[in-house]
Design a protein around this ligand. Structure first.
Ligand code: ASP
Length: 312
């Protein structure tokens, strides 16, 4: 008899969704990553009838996300997805680096089942916390037949891992899809699909097996008025392996910054050009430094780290 794949596994990593404040009216002076994932589920009675399992993979404020946690998380997700009875995985996460984790998992796992990241902008103790609704929506999405790929569910909207960005520092609907193309909406527990489920080619866990402390060091620099390239020379002197330049507009760079980046490239540092604009790709032009396409600077950094991990 075939096992029904209706079990949803919730992996907790911390964040504001698991945060607590001394008073209910305090929306900023709280501590993230205080409650366990079982506590978050207990706050959503509407999930009582579902087959759920919970596992605490990490407990941190996602501003402190690190490579070792990414390794552990990717391994945990893969292990759960390999169980035939698991229909999907939900990850509770902080909002600050959620888009980086989503893109990392997308590139490493490109899962054939749904892996849904969710979060909250208000702590669990807020007068009107957003976490319980987001968690409910994420479970609905993870249990949707035919859904697949790394997805981000927040404030009723479903984003893919490539487009999603935290676009507001405070609002409950803080996330946007950079090109405006939502994958779906979750409305009263029902998933209304708007676009294709994301596909990709999985790099696999072997790509990220190297000890976290030995991962390539890739830093981000910004073009701005007066950018003179000194920061790039300092980074090269410090031994970086790669630099992502968040250029202006179509990835443009001041003459001095471009000169320093070309020196870095000649010294063996990998350079990738992104844009500091909130949306839109960098369109490559002949003779220019390599472009990161539609990836934001933080995701271009993840892409460069993953590329460098394939090299000795
Ligand atoms: N600093 C928190 C975190 O990223 C913010 C949040 O979750 O909204 O963990």
């Amino acid at each position: 008899m075939q096992t029904p794949a209706d079990l949803i596994v919730i992996l907790g990593t911390g964040g504001t969704i698991a945060g607590t404040a001394p008073t209910a009216s305090d929306g900023v002076g709280y501590a993230a990553a205080q409650l366990r994932v079982e506590d978050l589920l207990a706050a959503v009675p509407a999930l009582a009838g579902r087959r759920l399992e919970a596992q605490q993979v990490a407990q941190l404020d996602s501003k402190d996300m690190d490579f070792a946690t990414w390794q552990r998380l990717a391994g945990a997700v893969q292990a759960q997805l390999a169980r035939p009875e698991v229909g999907g995985v939900v990850i509770t996460h902080g909002t600050d680096t959620l888009e980086e984790t989503a893109y990392f998992l997308h590139r490493v796992l490109a899962p054939a089942k749904p892996v849904v990241l969710t979060a909250a902008m208000r702590p669990a103790t807020a007068l009107a916390p957003d976490g319980p609704q987001n968690l409910f929506d994420a479970v609905q999405l993870a249990g949707t037949p035919g859904a697949r790929g790394v997805l981000v569910a927040l404030a009723g909207r479903v984003h893919d891992a490539v487009q999603v960005r935290k676009a507001h520092s405070y609002r409950v609907d803080a996330f946007e899809s950079a090109d405006g193309a939502l994958v779906a909406r979750v409305e009263e527990g029902a998933v209304r699909r708007l676009g294709a489920w994301p596909d990709g080619e999985a790099l696999g866990l072997a790509r990220i097996a190297r000890a976290a402390a030995a991962w390539p060091r890739v830093e981000i620099v910004l073009n701005h008025a007066g950018a003179d390239g000194r920061v790039v020379r300092a980074l090269v002197a410090a031994g970086v392996d790669g630099i992502v330049a968040a250029g202006t507009g179509n990835g443009t760079l001041s003459q001095a910054l471009e000169g320093a980046l070309r020196e870095a490239q000649a010294a063996g540092v990998r350079v990738l050009r992104s844009t500091r604009c909130d949306a839109g790709p960098v369109i490559p032009l002949p003779g220019q430094l390599p472009a990161a396409g539609a990836l934001s600077a933080v995701k271009a950094r993840v892409a460069l780290i993953l590329a460098l991990l394939a090299e000795a």
